[in-house]
Design a protein around this ligand. Structure first.
Ligand code: NDP
Ligand code: BG6
Length: 491
């Protein structure tokens, strides 16, 4: 999957087809693309960016002439970078295939340059190295900022002054978080615009690139059986669930300044919600989809404290192993009240969704790792099969589960008769096939921040203490009370 790009405020769009056309164009002409992964020594670069670049290479979606440079302060040789990167490359498209030859080819095009993030001199050195590879070709340059946000501006300043392309385009991909609230997000955009024009800036939300998130619209708009049911008339509630079965693990320094609401809810889960709830777009052009998503976000009220539960994991011993609590992380202040878990109830005030709770739940160090959308349908009217489900009346409803990860799946829980004498009903899963894909970007950042900023301010000003939950548990009990308030049971 090509990472989707979210470009703030620019009318220009890029779809998968256009991307492939561009790649094809670049293959035919004499230009070259230099991709500099800034922060190449870090977690994201290793885990996601280099593997994604390799996937593009493997799929033949990178231009004919390209070079990848890792840039960071850590000292590393080209060989050491290649060795580091090689450990995380996989044949993601088809795991049965042996792509070691392709990996070798790809690694030969990866290089490393060590430098400070605020040193124009070091970027001049990088520029020299890039030029050696680019030769006399038209050189396009892409800087992927895989670094903490507090150094974004230093890098953009140095890169734009000392290492931007002289005869091609220069673009910057910025990783989330895009600010901490409405004001800082706007300030970041203003800062970036000192050195770049709008259509050079790409903001990325990697959840939009997940296969099943891309498939959400396909599921809705290409299957007649779903679209008519997609409203308050038939849907009782929608749950957007993200959980990880590990803690901050080395990312406490970053995480403590942000917390789970900014890290997961304001971007990943909200993007999924908007895609889920939007009206049918005029076309599958990214701009048309973005228009519909923005309308959803603007139809929502900012979150209220009484509709939010926050939690923080504490140490827990299980089977002789002690799992550390959040504040046991050396980079986290002992008295931190940063939430590592949050549950929230959101509402969309439009004709389609009025009164339907959209419940979000996101947490670290929980009992399982999953990301899911669960759609619970209303009860069948009337009492025909009352008692046939035993005591669990809830089972009489249908539930559509879209599992984003792990083991991507879409299944519908339907009620049917248990074979044999009597009228005992059970619920079985109807698995659905999915095929096509959708490539989206969006600029609804401001609308997204305005939903969360008042709540975040209140939580932080009042220093509201999170409810503690043991590492590896199902999270704070408060999340169940919140769901119960809206007659919902978490799936
Ligand atoms: P890291 O903490 O691993 O940082 C990346 C690199 O930046 C480090 O290897 C280090 O390189 C340099 N660095 C780290 N801290 C500082 C600092 N205080 N000052 C200067 N340089 C520093 O971050 P990640 O790789 O996890 O994330 C990078 C960006 O991507 C962040 O903005 C993060 O929020 C975002 N992100 C991360 C995701 C993930 O899964 N990890 C997912 C989505 C977004 P060196 O010391 O060699 O210079
Ligand atoms: C990132 C968050 O955006 O997404 C991390 O900053 C989180 O805290 C990660 O672990 C999860 O991404 P994925 O793709 O592994 O589910």
């Amino acid at each position: 999957t090509i990472p989707p790009m979210v470009e703030n405020g620019s009318p220009s769009e890029i779809t998968l087809d256009e991307f492939e056309d561009l790649a094809a164009l670049s293959k035919n002409d004499d230009s070259t693309v230099s991709i500099t992964v800034v922060g190449a020594s870090g977690d994201l670069a290793k885990k996601k960016i280099f593997p994604a670049l390799f996937a593009l290479y493997y799929e033949d979606c990178l231009p004919k002439h390209f070079t990848i440079f890792g840039y960071a302060r850590s000292k590393m040789t080209d060989a050491e970078l290649r060795n580091m990167v090689s450990k995380t490359l996989t044949c993601r498209i088809d795991k049965r295939e042996n792509c070691s030859e392709k990996m070798e080819e790809f690694l030969k095009r990866c290089f490393y340059h060590s430098g400070q993030y605020d040193s124009e001199e070091h970027f001049i050195d990088l520029d020299k190295k890039l030029k050696q590879h680019e030769g006399s070709r038209v050189s396009n340059r892409l800087f992927y900022l895989s670094i903490p946000p507090n150094i974004f501006l230093d890098v953009v300043k140095c890169a734009s002054k000392s290492a931007s392309s002289v005869n091609g385009w220069t673009r910057v991909i910025v990783e989330k978080p895009f600010g901490r609230d409405s004001e800082s997000s706007a300030a970041l955009t203003r800062g970036l615009k000192q050195y770049l024009v709008e259509d050079q800036i790409f903001r990325i939300d990697h959840y939009l690139g997940k296969e099943l998130v891309e498939n959400l619209s396909v599921l809705r708009f290409s299957n007649l059986v779903f679209e008519p049911l997609w409203s308050r008339q038939y849907i009782r509630n929608v749950q957007l669930i993200f959980s990880e079965d590990f803690g901050t693990e080395g990312r406490g320094g970053y995480f403590d300044g942000y917390g789970i609401i900014r890290d997961i809810m304001q971007n990943h889960l909200l993007q999924i919600l908007a895609l889920f709830a939007m009206e049918t777009p005029i076309s599958l052009e990214a701009e048309d989809i973005r228009n519909e998503k923005v309308k959803v976000l603007r139809s929502m009220k900012p979150l209220q404290l009484e509709d939010v539960v926050i939690g923080q994991y504490k140490s827990h011993t299980k089977g002789g192993t002690t799992y550390p609590g959040y504040t046991d992380d050396k980079t986290v202040p002992k008295d931190s009240v940063t939430p590592t878990f949050a549950a929230a109830a959101l509402f969309i005030n439009n004709a389609r969704w009025d009164g339907v709770p959209f419940l979000m739940k996101a947490g670290k160090a929980l009992h399982t790792k999953r990301a899911e959308i669960r759609v619970q349908f209303r009860h069948v009217p009337g009492n025909l099969y009352k008692g046939s489900f035993g005591t669990d009346l809830d089972r009489a409803t249908n539930e559509l589960v879209i599992r984003v990860q792990p083991d991507e799946a879409i299944y519908l829980k339907i009620n049917n008769k248990i074979p044999g004498l009597g009228m005992r009903l059970d619920r079985s899963n109807l698995n659905l096939h999915y095929a096509a894909r959708l490539f989206i970007r969006s600029d609804e950042l401001d609308a997204a921040w305005s939903l969360f900023t008042p709540l975040l301010k209140e939580l932080e000003e009042k220093r509201i203490a999170p409810e503690l939950y043991p590492y590896g548990s199902r999270g704070p009990v408060g999340a169940h009370y919140l769901a119960a308030k809206y007659n919902v049971r978490w799936g």
